[in-house]
Write a protein that binds this ligand. Sequence first.
Ligand code: SF4
Length: 211
Amino acid sequence: MIVNEIFRSIQGESTYAGLPCTFIRLTGCNLRCSWCDTTFAYHTGREMREEQVLGIIKEYPLDLIEITGGEPLFQHHTPALCAKLLNLGACVLLETNGSLDISVIPQQVIRIVDIKCPGSGEADAMDWANIGRLRRQDEVKFVITNRTDFDYAVDVIEKYDLLIKCAVLLAPAYGRIHSHEIAEWILTSALPVRLQLQLHKFIWSPDQRRV
Ligand code: SF4
């Protein structure tokens, strides 16, 4: 597999935000979101065997591990890697852009599934069959750039009854919208969704890329 980086940091997103976590960032993505903050992972990476990845992972506490990207499902080794990480006894999160089939991932993995809003430029890429593949432990995330995105998220949440399926996160696109605007809209809508700020961007300075 091609690995962009492996590092230890504080989980900045999802309902696991704030916990120490080991990140495996895989190279490559099939989308090009307008607000993407991991463009460095599109092409840059090092070819590694699964055993090499596991060797590095075992140097850290085996508590929480996130596989991210890029788009981790863009590499066909990812389901096997997930299974190996579960065998180590870790809680495994997988962050995915929603456009590829999430059912290939082992059952115990917690999948954080993006639903791309119009402002991303990639809303049409969503594999809507993934909604039917969600489990209670999974989480769904909408990144919001403006009111149109927020209204789109509300429509999708209601159309697919997402609130009874799993946790629903609404996150401001960093630098594109103030979080208080989304907070106001959430309060007005009365939807029990979670406002997600990217905690790591408050913890680390831009030159400390532990995100
Ligand atoms: S899916 Fe993720 S990595 Fe890919 S372009 Fe969008 S934000 Fe960037």
